[in-house]
Design a protein around this ligand. Structure first.
Ligand SMILES: NC(=O)c1ccc[n+]([C@@H]2O[C@H](COP(=O)([O-])OP(=O)(O)OC[C@H]3O[C@@H](n4cnc5c(N)ncnc54)[C@H](OP(=O)(O)O)[C@@H]3O)[C@@H](O)[C@H]2O)c1
Length: 248
C-alpha cells in the first residue's frame, strides 16, 4: 500500500468512525477529525497510536491547516456532513441554510484546496468525497443539503480535469440510507422514533459497508480509479415519492 496517512473528517462516529478504523487496519496513520475531544480520545484508546485525534470544526480550515502543518496526507476522506432540519427551505432560519452549505460543500472544497498541492508534489493521493443519493434524487425537506451534495458531486467531476496526469485519484461515494445518528438532530434527539421510522422496517446499510467499499476502491492498482459509486441498501429504491392531489 503506497498510502501512509489519511485525514478522515467526521471520524468520531457513524460512517467516519468505521472508515477511520478500516484505514488503521490497513496500516495507515489516520488523523481523525471531529469536534468531540472525549469521543475521539475513546476511539484512539480502541484503535491505538496510529489513530491521531484532530479536534476541530471542519468549517475552520485555517485551524485545520495549522494543526496539519508539516504533515503529509495521502488520503483525504471528506466525510463530515449533516442535516439539522428536514423542512422546506422557507421554514429554515438563515443560519441553518448557511451552516448546512458550509459543512456539506464549502468545508470539503477547502480541504481539497489545502491538501491537493502536497499530493500532487508527491504524485500520490486519493480524495474520497462522501455525497449521498440526495445529490441526484429528490428527498423533500432537504433543499440545502441536496444542493450541497450535488455541488460536491459536480465539483468532483470538474476536479478530475485538474487531477489528470497527477497520479491523484478521486472517488465519490454516494450512500443510500445508513444506520447512524445522522438524522438524530432532525428528529429532535428522539432516538427511539428515529429507530422506528428509519431503521426498523427496512434493512439499512451499516457504516462498515461504506468503509469496505472505500478500502476496496483505495486498494485498486494505481492506474485504476472508481470515479463514482452509489451504495444502496438492498431494500431501498432511490426517490419514489408520491404526492397527494391538490385540494380545491
Ligand atoms: N447516514 C446516512 O443515511 C447517510 C446517507 C447518505 C450520505 N451520508 C453522508 O455520510 C457522511 C457521514 O454521515 P453519518 O451518517 O456517519 O453521520 P453522523 O453519524 O451524524 O456523523 C457525522 C460526523 O460528522 C461530524 N461532524 C458534524 N459536523 C461537524 C463539524 N462542523 N465539524 C467537524 N465534524 C463534524 C460528527 O462529529 P462531531 O459531532 O463529534 O463533531 C460525526 O463524527 C455525511 O457526509 C452524510 O451526509 C449519510
Amino acid at each position: 500500500m503506497a498510502y501512509r496517512s489519511a485525514l478522515v473528517t467526521g471520524a468520531s462516529k457513524g460512517i467516519g468512525a468505521a472508515i477511520a478504523a478500516a484505514l488503521v487496519a490497513q496500516g495507515l496513520t489516520v488523523y481523525a477529525l471531529g469536534r468531540s475531544e472525549s469521543v475521539l480520545a475513546e476511539l484512539a484508546a480502541q484503535l491505538g497510536d496510529r489513530l491521531r485525534p484532530l479536534v476541530a470544526d471542519v468549517r475552520d480550515h485555517a485551524a485545520i491547516a495549522e494543526k496539519l502543518s508539516g504533515k503529509e496526507i495521502d488520503v483525504l476522506v471528506n466525510n463530515a456532513g449533516g442535516i439539522s432540519t428536514v423542512r422546506p427551505l422557507h421554514e429554515q432560519t438563515a443560519e441553518e441554510t448557511e451552516e448546512g452549505i458550509a459543512l456539506n460543500l464549502t468545508a470539503p472544497l477547502q480541504l481539497i484546496r489545502m491538501l491537493l498541492p502536497g499530493m500532487i508534489a508527491r504524485k500520490r493521493g486519493h480524495i474520497f468525497n462522501l455525497t449521498s443519493t440526495a445529490a441526484s434524487a429528490v428527498f423533500p425537506g432537504t433543499t440545502g443539503y441536496g444542493a450541497a451534495k450535488a455541488g460536491l458531486s459536480q465539483a468532483g467531476r470538474i476536479l478530475r480535469y485538474d487531477l489528470a496526469g497527477t497520479g491523484v485519484r478521486l472517488t465519490e461515494i454516494a450512500p443510500g440510507r445508513v444506520e447512524t445518528q445522522f438524522y438524530l438532530q432532525a428528529f429532535s434527539g428522539d432516538a427511539e422514533s428515529l429507530q422506528e421510522r428509519m431503521y426498523s422496517h427496512q434493512r439499512a446499510l451499516h457504516p462498515e459497508d461504506i468503509a469496505a467499499v472505500l478500502v476496496n476502491a483505495m486498494k485498486l492498482p494505481a492506474h485504476a480509479d472508481i470515479a463514482e459509486i452509489i451504495v444502496s441498501p438492498t431494500d431501498q429504491a432511490i426517490g419514489g415519492h408520491v404526492y397527494p392531489a391538490a385540494s380545491g
